[in-house]
Write a new protein. Structure first.
Ligand code: ISJ
Length: 353
């Protein structure tokens, strides 16, 4: 059965018009924003209302503006998702390349160029006869606590993902963000973290709290805790604050993005290393996306809900390009880091096929 929301999305896609379908963590409502023209709009001052998609690098933040779009919402019920047990073969060349990249990152850290860098790779998987909408629906059921989305623009392409990481939630002058780092495969029973991973996550918390210093008061942060995202777990700290001036939203977003969780510390040196060494274009992976200045489901202004674009893929010519990365510090072991990217890639591989 085709519902109204998906019928509209199929038509929009057929007509090569931009749209975003998404559902927020913990909610069972899907929102569709359907832009009425095919133009490429960008944010200018972050005062616009709409759906934003920002790349990892660069200042051109794509916007589906509210006033140029139709908005629909639709409740859904989660269904049981079977893990498809397809075994994806390991690509020897990809493994060697990534491990060399990680080793170069470790060497640069040991030389003192920076403290942490997040390195990533792209993996291409063939798609069986499946539409983006079917994949999006699977994401809705498989990842209740993630931000699930399907974004299309004729000049950008088709992106889908289920990200566990909030970049920023703003409600009037109240903001929330998180410090996320450390990764291991989920298992039953107590999850233990090594000191190295705890330290790495603390760096991220410190970076955010220091960055907020000039803009916010009443800063509060939770204790770090274990947070599950599909088949893996991370360490997470919740951070809340009150802005001195709500107009500083743009400055806060630019201070946070790209966060040490997807770029590194310090930001500029690690970013330079990524751009010069990764050897491919991340495009919108590890950028951010979501609601800008409007909660579309509740139809409320002055609410932004932005997420880091992780566990995502770009669909192109019957294939899915998956993007996966991990944080590198001086103690990183290249092979372990490669395995971590394989584990993270299962978030999406589990719904493909
Ligand atoms: C970079 C990614 O994930 C990030 C890196 C993590 C890590 O280094 O342990 C953990 C969570 C995310 O903040 C990714 O999934 O591609």
């Amino acid at each position: 059965m085709m519902s109204g929301l998906y019928q509209k999305a199929e038509e929009q896609f057929k007509n090569r018009l931009p749209f975003a379908l998404y559902s927020k963590p913990g909610e069972t409502v899907a929102v569709g924003i359907f832009q009425k023209d095919a133009s490429l709009h960008f944010t200018t001052d972050f005062k616009e209302e709409g759906f934003v998609l920002a790349p990892f690098h660069g200042e051109q933040f794509v916007l589906l503006p509210k006033e140029k779009s139709d908005v629909f919402t639709e409740a859904y019920t989660r269904i049981a998702i079977e893990n498809n047990n397809t075994v994806f073969g390991a690509d020897v060349a990809a493994k060697e390349n990534f491990e060399q990249l990680v080793q170069n990152g470790v060497d640069a850290i040991c030389k003192g160029n920076f403290k942490k860098v997040v390195l990533s790779r792209k993996e291409t998987v063939s798609l069986e006869n499946v539409t983006p909408f079917e994949l999006f629906k699977k994401l809705l059921s498989a990842y209740p606590t993630a931000f699930k989305y399907c974004f299309f623009h004729p000049e950008i392409g088709m992106w889908l993902g289920a990200t566990p990481e909030q970049l920023l939630k703003a409600s009037g002058d109240r903001i929330k963000t998180v410090a996320l780092a450390g990764t291991q495969v989920y298992h039953e029973g107590e999850i233990k973290w090594e000191i190295k991973e705890q330290k790495e996550q603390e760096f991220v918390t410190e970076f955010i709290l220091e960055g907020l210093e000039d803009y916010a008061a009443e800063k509060n942060s939770s204790k770090p805790y274990t947070f599950r995202a599909g088949n893996i777990v991370h360490i997470k700290t919740d951070i809340e604050a009150r802005l001195h001036d709500r107009q500083d939203l743009e400055k806060i977003i630019k201070m946070l993005h790209p966060t040490p969780a997807v770029c590194g510390l310090p930001k500029e040196a690690s970013k330079k290393f990524i751009l010069e060494n990764e050897g491919y274009n991340r495009e919108y992976y590890s950028g951010f996306l979501g609601e800008l200045n409007r909660d579309f489901a509740k139809d409320k202004p002055e609410n932004s809900d932005l997420f880091v674009n992780l566990r995502c893929m770009k669909l192109q010519n019957g294939k899915a390009n998956l993007y996966i990365g991990c944080g590198i510090t001086k103690d990183s072991i290249p092979e372990k880091e490669f395995i971590e990217t394989v584990n993270k890639s299962l978030t999406l591989k589990n719904i493909l096929g």
